[in-house]
Design a protein around this ligand. Sequence first.
Ligand code: PDD
Length: 287
Amino acid sequence: MPRIAYVNGAYVRHSEATVHVEDRGYQFADGVYEVCEVRHGFIVDLGRHLDRLDRSLNELRIASPMSRAALVQVLREVLRRNRVRNGLFYLQVTRGVARRDHVFPAKDTPPSIVVTAKRTDAAAIARKNAEGISAITVPENRWDRVDIKTVGLLPNVLARQRAKEQGAQEAIFVDADGTVKEGAATNVWIVDGDGILRTRPSEHGILRGITRTTLLDVARILGLKLEERAFSVEEMFAAREVFITAATSICFPVVTIDGTSIGNGRPGNIARNIRDAFFAVAEKTLI
Ligand code: PDD
């Protein structure tokens, strides 16, 4: 069965899915995206993901490519055509195709939209949850508007690559003031020595992760002690547990950072309890 992508109004074979060479996403990273989990035949937290997409588009003054109802239809169709019941969809919208010029193109230039979907490797995810992952720290070097989910991800790409070359799976950005920002493609959480769950406030300096937002709901439901507060890199190393969250990973325990063990060096209970409760709390949209 061939993989299918949606590109600007057509469902096409993934291997033949292309955009124009002067797409502004390609030339300027002038676009935004969303990645959303699909589990047991349900799209997870679709409403929150589409709300964030609208916000990203508004912040960059890119027009919506279609109504929300039409977009949901496209997403469902791509998932169905690819027979994805456990996996992800990727949705990208750019400012469209125009002769290369930094300023915005003519107002009637239609935005470009691409949707792809893939199955995920459940065994690999289970292994990461059971064993935990390694991370490294890297200095924050991104622009100020990381709250917008743009496709301009070069610092994130370089940070992840550096992690990989050091045998780790995630790179954690640390601000010049010594506080932890977020991972290259994840939000970061700690459980401190008093058992308090901490994550950085999302008003500024990080992406407001959808998994993060739903995990805050989960933590409240589980009655965990919770504080949205920036924490230092030293607090992270002294934590009982560290974990990272994203639609691609939900909640991976981090057991080593820069070669140093976190807590007892094993995945912690709080990460596991949160992960176990996550799907029941999240919004579920049937494909
Ligand atoms: N990344 N922070 C950054 C920088 C991210 O790129 C992501 C997600 C997150 C977590 O957001 P969410 O919980 O909404 O997935 C935080 C996606 C998965 C990616 O780039 O593949």
